[in-house]
Design a protein around this ligand. Sequence first.
Ligand code: 5GP
Ligand code: ZN
Length: 144
Amino acid sequence: MNDCIFCKIASKELPSYTIFEDDDVLSFLDIRPVHPGHSLVISKRHDPDFLALDQEAIMKMMGTIARIGRAVKTATGADGLNITTNVGAAAGQEVFHVHWHIIPRFTGDGLRRFPQQEYASKEEAFAALSHIKSALAISTAKPA
Ligand code: 5GP
Ligand code: ZN
């Protein structure tokens, strides 16, 4: 049995405040919004996170995210948006079915960015760079 809450929303077993759907993607209001209008875009197919999608699914999803993003910004009068996806529990992912957040943001709304830091040295930056470039060289568009 599939206990995934977003699979149940995609199959209409559970209700949602649905904004848009097509054969591949569904968009609906987040039940606990950062601000009213905070929306989610999910794939109808169950994949655990964005990195598990193949390239075609990624392209379709990003197109819909941009479209819903424009609508949310216009409809809410937001000054900006955070368009984000969490990959893994360490990044705050709680529902392990691929989804993107479209979060309206307002000037002075008091929400902070992630805390950031300086690199301790050029060597540290180059080490991070070289590890990522090595990983990129052996990665493929579609996960194995
Ligand atoms: P995550 O932390 O996995 O990136 O975000 C999951 C999001 O799904 C949360 O913002 C949470 O409020 C939302 N959510 C969890 N369960 C439901 C639900 O049953 N319906 C709706 N509409 N949103 C949900
Ligand atoms: Zn699912």
